[in-house]
Design a binder for this molecule. Structure first.
Ligand SMILES: NC(=O)c1ccc[n+]([C@@H]2O[C@H](COP(=O)([O-])OP(=O)(O)OC[C@H]3O[C@@H](n4cnc5c(N)ncnc54)[C@H](OP(=O)(O)O)[C@@H]3O)[C@@H](O)[C@H]2O)c1
Length: 246
């Protein structure tokens, strides 16, 4: 049996277990592969988890351990090191742990889908957490200048109060990398001036539940192009599977 799983603090609404269990069933792998949820009260319980589950070969990592897990790993992929966050761990047969960041693959896939051939020079990234770091990494890779919007002065590049019509007009790409709007708080949305959104704007929401968030709904009502976090979710999971099977 090859075991896979997800570590995080609260995993009751996890997408990954359902996704991988269905994948194993579809591909005739159910007898040899299993995906479980491992809720860890603290990240320092990871070594005990690995010791008690010697058949584990791959883990996904979610909130709040994407950064905290790094000291427990033997090495990092170049991207995970540059982003400073890990959402995928490969457990080698000798027990060594290698950290990867497959959120960047999800962001790449999503931006390709949303922007197509459209060139944009800069983007507003709402939120300054781990997901925002992966987003900024991919934007810079594409020579799109990120401007991180934070609730707190000094944490990002600007605050929500500084989002004038001019700032919105000069950033055609706006990415929600906050959890705002996630179920059950589906009526909430990031505090940006939606009245200044136009049909030449592109709105990408990393939130995937619901698929149509209030952020995207408001963008759509102004004629903007929109994309939910669902594509990113599938793309990052598929990349994790590639890594585990290498
Ligand atoms: N679709 C996918 O595959 C995928 C992959 C990864 C993450 N995600 C989603 O992306 C979102 C962010 O993930 P994360 O790991 O970066 O989460 P996080 O660390 O919990 O939050 C990201 C940032 O959002 C801002 N924020 C948090 N609560 C807020 C609130 N109530 N109002 C306004 N801003 C708030 C904070 O930035 P400031 O303090 O600077 O304002 C925070 O640093 C989550 O919803 C996650 O589910 C989706």
């Amino acid at each position: 049996m090859r075991k896979f799983g997800l570590i995080g603090r609260v995993l009751s609404h996890s997408f990954s277990q359902q996704y991988f269990t269905q994948k194993f069933s579809r591909e005739g792998l159910s007898a040899e592969c299993e995906y479980s949820l491992y809720e860890l009260e603290m990240v320092d319980l990871l070594p005990a988890l690995l010791k008690n589950n010697p058949e584990l070969v791959g883990l996904n990592v979610t909130i709040p351990y994407k950064k905290q897990v790094i000291p427990y790993l033997n090495s990092l992929s170049e991207e995970a090191a540059l982003v400073g966050a890990v959402n995928c761990i490969k457990i080698n047969s000798d027990g060594t742990l290698v950290g990867y960041n497959t959120d960047v693959d999800g962001v790449r896939f999503s931006l390709d889908k949303l922007l197509g051939d459209t060139a944009v020079a800069s983007a507003l990234v709402l939120g300054s957490g781990g997901a925002a770091q992966a987003v900024c990494y991919v934007l810079r890779e594409r020579s799109i200048e990120p401007c991180v919007v934070s609730r707190q002065a000094g944490k990002g590049d600007i605050c929500y109060e500084e989002l004038t019509q001019e700032v919105i007009a000069s950033n055609r790409l706006i990415i929600n990398a906050t959890p705002v709007g996630t179920f059950p708080h589906i009526d909430e949305c990031p505090a940006i001036p939606y009245d200044h959104i136009t049909p030449s704007h592109f709105l990408f929401d990393l939130v995937y539940n619901p698929s149509q968030t209030e952020f995207l709904r408001r963008g759509l009502s102004k004629g903007a192009h929109t994309l939910s976090g669902i594509d990113m979710l599938y793309a990052q999971a598929d990349k994790a599977w590639d890594i585990w099977c290498r």
